[in-house]
Design a protein around this ligand. Structure first.
Ligand code: FES
Length: 111
């Protein structure tokens, strides 16, 4: 068990929005979208939409999902499950923790 990777300050991620973290930082196969919902919860998904190549960090976060900015597919914040066409493939969710105002990512660990 590690302490995770500090990827952002919580204040860097506005409620209802996302922040893309390079895979060069996270060591993951894709960039990671850090997503903050309207209740202040913080979530992490692979950043590249499974439909084409849009960045989910540029999408809208509300009601438990992120909506792709390009064609409006939705993905569950908790587990990456696709919830709306045109995407048909789930994405990957990663565990995150907020400690002392910072966001820590646990790459490839289940949330
Ligand atoms: S690129 Fe995301 S729905 Fe098309």
């Amino acid at each position: 068990m590690t302490d995770g990777i500090r990827v952002a300050a919580l204040d860097d991620v506005a409620e209802g929005e996302g922040l893309a973290i390079s895979k060069d930082v996270t060591g993951t196969e894709d960039n990671i979208a850090i997503l903050r919902d309207e209740d202040g919860g913080v979530w992490a998904l692979n950043d590249t939409c499974t439909h084409e190549t849009a960045s989910l960090a540029d999408g809208w976060v509300e009601n438990g999902h992120v909506e792709c900015p390009l064609h409006a597919s939705r993905f569950c914040l908790k587990n990456g499950a696709v919830e709306g066409l045109p995407a048909t493939k789930d994405t990957v969710a990663h565990r995150v923790e907020v400690r002392d105002g910072d966001v820590y990512l646990y790459p490839n660990e289940q949330p």
